[in-house]
Design a protein around this ligand. Sequence first.
Ligand code: COI
Length: 355
Amino acid sequence: MEIEINLAPEEFKRTSELKFLPFGKIFTPHMFIMKYDEDKGWHSPKICPFSNIELHPAAIVLHYAQTVFEGLKAYWGVDGKIRLFRVWDHINRLNCSAERMCIPTLEPKLVFEAIKTLVLIDKNWIPREKGSALYIRPFIFATEGTLGLKVSREYLFVIIASPVGAYYKEGFNPIKIYVTEQYIRACPGGTGEVKTGGNYAASLKAQEIAQNKGYTQVLWLDAIERRYVEEVGSMNIFFYFENELTTPMLSGSILPGITRDSVLKLASVLGFSVTERKIAIEEVIEGIEKGTLKECFGTGTAAVITPVGKIFYRNKDYTINRGETGEVTKLFFERITGIQYGETEDLFNWTTLLE
Ligand code: COI
């Protein structure tokens, strides 16, 4: 399928200085859009000026949340080349999410072409400062207008892009997380392992409580025993114990993070003893008290590698590594961002050069 291109007028294409960027508030002048209906399948892909989208007030997504999304980044390398990080893994995960949400899957090569074309058209919007990137948000949503609960027969697939800096206001400094036992994010058999809006909507109440108490994010426990660590609001979580780097095993209710997977693969190469297993919150707290838990950090496309300096659990704050960023956290941050910005060897062929 040929992508039709309709460029925005010159005045919309001008960039101001892309520094000190807030996360996800500025958008590039173009977007990609493609329609689906039962008769034609996916059709009419086009890149057009960034604009609002008109929806039927009964569009299924607005009422029953039939939608999926992805988040990936394009980087302006130190060599002046533009790189996408693990783009094929993101496309694959988008299709896995779509499958779970009864949304028709997409031809991976077309999604890649769409991302590549959009990024190259808006390449002046890729920030050049280290620590910043162009965040790309592909998403699919159900547009059929009906109030009956059913699988939609019509969809839109859209890709927008936003120049971003750090996700958290703390930047690369340690954040404070809040363990909730009152709410859960996802349960076995649910949709926790796919990127669908409902998971994030369900997390907002606990996040609001945590933020009102001065914490950045919520640390979720499993739905059944409320004991095993799952993930943090917008990232997966790693613990570095004396001789073990560990993260919760994928249970069906945890997002299979692509940065999570990158850390696991790099950790093996770097000689860490690395595990994916069940991690009880008591083990984490005991590790902090006894000094055997040395570091804790989160991983995500938006969050990159974010150190965790404090955990709130049952009315008490527990400080990790004196609230400072540890050496292991720094090492993974440097290794992953080094690959993303073309500074260090891309051992696993994770990056795709666009030009
Ligand atoms: C990402 O890291 O790309 C995400 O989708 C998380 C989102 C809450 C920003």
